[in-house]
Design a protein around this ligand. Structure first.
Ligand code: B12
Ligand code: SF4
Length: 526
């Protein structure tokens, strides 16, 4: 049977990275089937096109995975595929919590023939077999023989055959530039950011987060050997096509068990399996100097930190009191000293937020080493403690906000400002962090660093800008380049003519006084 795994586009930004679930389920599919992958972010298709594709390719089963924000699109695609007679199975965090909605048991239309609840590593092969036998059930639950929920162990993690997977749709290098860039350095003909997981689960239970409920508070890890082998495979593929691979460790909290993370990073270094990587780590775990040393030595470049707020009262409200705003600056300095930078994520519209929260936050951000601040609104995702609290308090203004997804729009009333004021705060955060002046300032603040780092921060900022200000078409890119011409000119001038003064950062000088070769820019689009 031919199976299609499809991930809908998010309609806002062109995703920089494919979703892991597709590769994982592909690797877990029983032998004898062919699995095709389409990520709507990389290959946009409307309902008619996807239905035609399914017929043309003689697909016998379609699996669709989606987060809450893409679920409306996922349902429309599923409806179109079912209308041409091909069964659809849906999985992922949204339908796990809202299975009745997907199956049309809540009074609405049915969108899926079957739903896979929770982690589907063990149920997916059963689903495929049931389709072949014509015995597809409505719901697949990961349970053991006694009917008790079972979280898959990651000890026997499947080998994802990265060497064979068609990754063309995920190349971030424009086709026209491929052959020229293959000759640059070790080769930049392709550049891909690949999701890799080393473990699952986070016990912290932040009020707005789906993870603790979905993956459970039981933390599970792959073996170091299996992660290291995967990195080596990715490196080999990148070399063979004269390109680059960066890795996003998608673990919810990559250092949740610091001892284990250190042992993994040591094994990566020992095996020469370093690639440039990004990971999510909560600020409290980055107090450890040795951990940060190992992060840098093993290829860590960007750490995503869910800072959420600079107000301890807000953090306490959402059960994230373990974040200590007083130590954010020290954490970021610790990383920056090793040339590791942070993607700092903030949420506005929290219960203790008042107007001006964006500027108050930016005042602090400006005193930190330059990074990539991102801003969102507190969002009640289904089945989270936050959703239940707001529902009980009658504060949900759009209880089924996912049915009509609007980017950067609140679905409940904040306590100390209006919804419109909260929207204005997010807009302020983005526009003041990603204006041409702010980009120039970020680049200038790294004046004592080699050119590569500054090009890096510039490119990363330009790409991240696209999360809020859509940059889907060529014209939008041209506009961004034009607006930032001063900074681009400065960087190009330095690349061509060099700089008179030597870098001031002694860590970056070799004993002979040479500057460490700047990194080729580009790995930082995460
Ligand atoms: C990596 C990641 C990202 C990446 C990008 C996504 C990507 N390309 O991978 C980045 C950092 C960009 C990101 C951004 C966002 N993310 Co995110 N992200 C994750 C994260 C940490 C890992 C995803 C992952 O690969 N997990 C590992 C795989 C194996 O798990 P899985 O995807 O759930 O798949 C398993 C099952 O769900 C099931 N399954 C999934 N799909 C399917 C399909 C079929 C057919 C079947 C049978 C089974 C099945 O089987 C899989 C194997 O067991 C998750 C948290 C988490 N641990 O999952 C959050 C998570 C998915 N993100 C979340 C959110 C909210 C966001 C943002 C909206 C945040 C924001 N406010 O901006 C944005 C939106 C991005 C967008 N594109 O629109 C929420 C989604 C909750 C929800 N109900 O929708 C999660 C769960 C985290 C949370 N805080 O609750 N994210
Ligand atoms: S630390 Fe991160 S992953 Fe863990 S519960 Fe909180 S927000 Fe979710």
């Amino acid at each position: 049977m031919r199976i299609l795994l499809y991930n809908p586009d998010n309609g806002v930004t062109r995703n920089f990275m494919p979703h892991l679930w597709m590769f994982l389920l592909q690797a877990l599919t029983p032998a004898g089937h062919e699995v095709l992958l389409i990520d709507g972010n990389a290959q946009p298709m409307d309902e008619t096109q996807i239905a035609q594709y399914v017929l043309d390719q003689n697909i016998g089963l379609v699996g669709i995975g989606a987060m809450t924000r893409m679920i409306a699109k996922a349902y429309r695609i599923a409806d179109a595929i079912r209308a041409v007679g091909v069964p659809v199975v849906m999985g992922g965090p949204h339908v796990t919590e809202m299975a009745d909605e997907a199956l049309g048991r809540d009074g609405g239309p049915r969108h899926a023939d079957a739903v896979a609840l929770g982690e589907a590593d063990e149920t997916w092969p059963r689903i495929v077999d049931d389709v072949v036998r014509g015995q597809l059930k409505d719901i697949y639950t990961p349970v053991d023989e006694t009917g008790k929920e079972r979280k898959p162990s990651l000890k026997d993690y499947p080998v994802i055959p990265w060497q064979d997977i068609d990754l063309d749709q995920f190349n971030l290098v424009p086709k026209l530039a491929t052959s020229m860039l293959q000759k640059v350095g070790e080769g930049w003909g392709t550049f891909r950011i690949v999701p890799v997981e080393s473990g699952r689960g986070c016990p912290y239970g932040c009020e707005f987060c789906t993870v603790t409920g979905f993956f459970g508070d039981s933390i599970r890890f792959r073996t170091n050997e299996s992660v290291v082998n995967e990195l080596l495979l990715l490196k080999k593929r990148a070399r063979s096509e004269k390109g680059q691979m960066a890795v996003f460790f998608i673990d919810d909290n990559f250092a949740i068990n610091v001892k284990r993370t250190k042992s993994l990073l040591r094994d990566i270094i020992a095996a020469g399996a370093q690639v440039h990587w990004v990971a999510q780590i909560s600020a409290n775990l980055l107090r450890d100097e040795e951990l940060v040393d190992l992060i840098a030595a093993s290829g860590g470049k960007w750490i995503f930190i869910g800072m959420e707020s600079i107000d301890p009262a807000n953090l306490k409200d959402v059960n994230k009191g373990f974040n200590k705003p007083g130590e954010y600056a020290a954490v970021l300095e610790r990383l920056a000293k090793r040339n590791v930078y942070a993607i700092t994520s903030f949420i506005f519209g929290m219960d203790n937020d008042t107007t001006g929260v964006a500027e108050r936050t930016l005042e602090q951000v400006r005193t930190w080493p330059p990074g990539l601040p991102i801003f969102g609104l507190l969002t009640p995702l289904p089945a989270t403690p936050l959703y239940k609290r707001l529902e009980a308090a009658g504060r949900l203004t759009r209880p089924k906000h996912w049915q009509e997804f609007i980017p950067f729009a609140m679905a409940h009333t904040p306590l100390k400002m209006t919804i419109e004021e909260a929207h204005a705060e997010v807009n302020y955060g983005w526009s003041h962090s990603y204006s041409p002046e702010a980009l120039e300032q970020a680049v200038d603040s790294l004046d004592d660093q080699p050119l590569g780092y500054r090009i890096n921060i510039f490119l990363a900022r330009v790409c991240f800008r696209g999360i809020y200000f859509p940059m889907m078409g060529r014209l939008a890119w041209v506009r961004v380049i034009a607006e930032n011409r001063r900074t681009i000119f400065k960087l190009v001038k330095e690349a061509v003519f060099g700089r008179r003064s030597r870098p001031r950062n002694p860590d970056l000088e070799r004993p002979c006084g040479d500057v460490v070769t700047p990194e080729v820019p580009g790995e930082a689009s995460a």
